[in-house]
Design a protein around this ligand. Structure first.
Ligand code: ATP
Ligand code: MG
Length: 286
């Protein structure tokens, strides 16, 4: 019997939608109704398990699931015997320490002897140790941001993306403890067959995520500018050059990185490029 790789994803919450989307973009077809605990994929030997994200590292260590998608913060906090096998480039956030906005803060030493509320005691402990600070950690599982307001703690350490939750609770961010994104974790002793399926999946994830960060660029160039324009275009190799019907003009095709994109466009225009088209790429195998 052919084996299936069991993939754990968050049942509901901030990682859920994008985890499912990524697996679907990798060609795994499955239906995920709101109350399903398990879904079979139709066209890839996999089974999707929907679990609480906090439990996923333990399940992966125990091989209830072979692999799973969690926030890096949860991966680090749980300290399980699992490997981080691929960063996933979504759910980017940071774990930050915050204090009441009217409290004075002069660096980590201001935390000495204080009480810090958090859902991430291990991560906070490590941070305090590195800074040589003694503080009391008060572990709470949710609504951490209200702790200072109700007198439960002097500071908090929690997930921040924009900072608006902190602001609305009268807090200010004072330290970044770690940066996080969604990651794929795996059990560290997978059978060969499952390992092969994992590698196939990682290959597809890379193709999907590389494509997201790149655009396909088409433009018309006067023939005398081809050389200069080619130098500007990074491309996977050199750009594809096709002569146009119109005498003295060619069409150039290339791939550009999203981050370099606007800087390149300005240079291309200056070199006489016309009819510039930028097209999203669905998958990119490099
Ligand atoms: P619960 O266990 O009650 O579902 P949770 O805090 O564990 O709550 P979520 O809030 O769904 O779960 O967050 C899951 C993960 O998503 C976090 O561990 C973190 O990696 C990431 N995350 C959380 N908040 C944000 C945010 N505002 N922006 C981006 N990523 C976030
Ligand atoms: Mg959770």
């Amino acid at each position: 019997m052919n084996k299936k790789i069991r993939i754990a994803v968050q049942k509901s919450g901030r990682l859920q939608e994008q985890s499912v989307k990524l697996l679907k973009e990798c060609g795994l077809a499955f239906s995920n109704g709101p109350n399903r605990l398990k879904a079979e994929t139709f066209n890839f030997p996999a089974e999707i398990l929907f679990l609480r994200d906090d439990d996923i590292p333990q399940y992966v260590e125990d091989k209830v699931a072979d692999i799973g998608i969690v926030g890096e913060n949860v991966f680090i906090e749980k300290q399980k015997q699992v490997d981080l096998v691929q960063r996933l480039d979504f759910s980017k956030c940071r774990l930050a320490i915050a204090v009441s906005k009217d409290k004075q803060y002069d660096g980590p030493s201001s935390l000495e002897g204080k009480k810090i509320a958090t859902s991430y005691p291990n991560i906070v402990n490590k941070f305090l140790k590195e800074k040589n600070i003694n503080a009391e950690i008060h572990e709470i599982s949710g609504s951490v941001e209200i702790a200072p307001g109700i007198g439960l703690a002097d500071a908090i350490c929690d997930i921040v993306s924009t900072g608006s939750t902190l602001l609305s609770n009268g807090l200010k961010e004072v330290e970044t403890v770690m940066r996080s994104e969604a990651v794929l974790i795996a059990n560290n002793s997978l059978d060969n067959e499952i390992q092969e399926l994992l590698e196939k999946l990682i290959f597809r994830i890379k193709a999907v995520n590389t494509a997201k960060n790149n655009k396909y660029l088409l433009l018309n160039s006067p023939n005398e500018s081809i050389e200069a324009i080619t130098k500007v275009l990074p491309g996977m190799k050199s750009p594809t050059v096709t002569p146009l019907q119109q005498e003295g003009w060619s069409s150039l095709h290339s791939v550009v990185n999203e981050n370099e994109f606007w800087a390149i466009i300005d240079q291309l225009k200056a070199l006489g490029a016309q009819g510039i088209l930028v097209v999203p790429i669905e998958k990119m195998i490099i």
